[in-house]
Every structure is written in C-alpha cells, then in structure tokens.
Design a binder for this molecule. Structure first.
Ligand SMILES: [Zn+2]
Ligand SMILES: [Zn+2]
Length: 112
C-alpha cells in the first residue's frame, strides 16, 4: 500500500508527496483536479463522465475560467485526502494508492 512520509500542500500551486520508499511525487492543481476519482468525474454510476480539463491548453473561444485553487484539504482516515476546490467540487477522495498510481513523474509515466 502507498505510504506517504510527508505531504506538502500549497492551496494555490499543488501537492508534493514524499513516499516512504523514497519516491517523490509532485502534482499540479490542474492535474489533480482532472484526475478527480469521484463518481461524477469518472462516470462510475453509469452516467457520462464529467471530467474537467483544467490542464488542457486554454481554448480561445472558452469563457474565462478563474484560477483553480484548493479551498481546503482534509484527511480521510489515514489512507486518503479530500480536496475542496474553489470551483465548488469536493466529492473527490484521493486515496494515497490512487495518488501514487497517478504520479506524474517521468519514471512513473514512462513505466505505463
Ligand atoms: Zn470529481
Ligand atoms: Zn513517480
């Protein structure tokens, strides 16, 4: 099981995790928001996924989007964190297993 040694949270830039096995993960806000594991974003209940696309390049025809931020981060037991986003979304519970799986570092993404 993924086991974080230290979690550094910056509400305006992202989350960094040092894992006990000496791996290091650095998640941007947009990436975390787009990887939200909740049922609404992933379509887990048979509904169409409503995945956000904050990390996509800005579309010139799109209305201005306010900068993404985290309003609050709470711990869920000892296995996950829940992020409250400033776009009103707060149903995503990011387990450490999920976070480790979506680690965006070169080593993890090239292993896929
Ligand atoms: Zn979600
Ligand atoms: Zn990694």
């Amino acid at each position: 099981m993924a086991d974080p040694e230290h979690i550094a949270i910056s509400k305006s830039s992202g989350i960094k995790i040092d894992w006990r096995d000496n791996h290091h993960s650095d998640y941007s806000l947009a990436y975390l928001r787009d990887e939200c594991p909740c049922a609404t974003c992933t379509g887990a209940h048979g509904t169409p996924p409503q995945k956000s696309n904050y990390s996509a390049p800005a579309n010139p025809f799109q209305m201005f989007k306010p900068a993404l931020k985290m309003d609050a981060v709470e711990e869920v037991g000892s296995y996950a964190i829940r992020i409250h986003w400033n776009d009103g979304h707060s149903t995503g519970i990011y387990s450490f297993d999920h976070l480790r799986k979506i680690c965006p570092c070169e080593e993890c993404t090239s292993a896929l």
